[in-house]
Design a protein around this ligand. Structure first.
Ligand code: GNR
Ligand code: NI
Length: 174
């Protein structure tokens, strides 16, 4: 299956609130499979559908180490049902914000409810990188990027850098 282009800052579609999926059918499974391949190819540990310009509440995650077997998670309409009061700081990056990394503070542990690849409702509890990743991906479904959790100064610096790069590309394209 071919990979799909990943959209990047400052693409305004990254701010869209994605629509829930009514039914996990073959079309949604095809989307999940295309997303997984795109994520592995990138490579990344998570991908939300909006990152390939599809505004639907669909996420893939695989936080397995590179020497471990693949462990893909398919999350349709995921929702956080519980978050710990304890917080955790993790350095984050985003395939839609290339080569930019910053520490982000989020709840250390979360529970999330979602539909799996077969449309079955499930709930998982996560900590560590998986907890961070679930929150990062659900943010994408709500048009929120990890830089939105940073100070205004840091966020605006990051956005400016990508706006400049986009302007330069446009100029060179003329
Ligand atoms: O590949 C990714 N790595 C990552 C590292 C720390 C916290 C979150 C992430 S998700 C990111 C892929 C991505 O952009 N998902 O939306
Ligand atoms: Ni991301």
């Amino acid at each position: 299956m071919p990979t799909r282009p990943i959209i990047c800052l400052p693409d305004p579609r990254l701010k869209l609130v994605s629509e829930p999926v009514a039914q996990v059918d073959d079309e949604v499974r095809a989307l999940l499979d295309a997303m997984l391949e795109t994520m592995y190819d990138a490579p990344g540990v998570g991908l939300a559908a909006i990152q390939i310009a599809v505004p639907r509440r669909v996420v893939v995650i695989d936080v397995a180490g590179k020497d471990d077997p693949p462990a893909p998670l398919f999350l349709v309409n995921p929702e956080i049902t519980w978050a710990s009061e304890e917080l955790n700081v993790h350095e984050e990056g985003c395939l839609s914000i290339p080569d930019y990394y910053e520490d982000v503070t989020r709840p250390a542990r979360v529970r999330a409810r979602f539909l799996d690849r077969d449309g079955q409702q499930r709930e998982i509890e996560a900590d560590g990188l998986l907890a961070t990743c679930i929150q990062h991906e659900i943010d994408h479904l709500n048009g929120v990027l990890f830089i939105d959790h940073l100070s205004r100064l840091k966020r605006e610096r990051a956005i400016k850098k990508f706006q400049k790069a986009a302007a330069k590309r446009a100029e060179e394209g003329m």
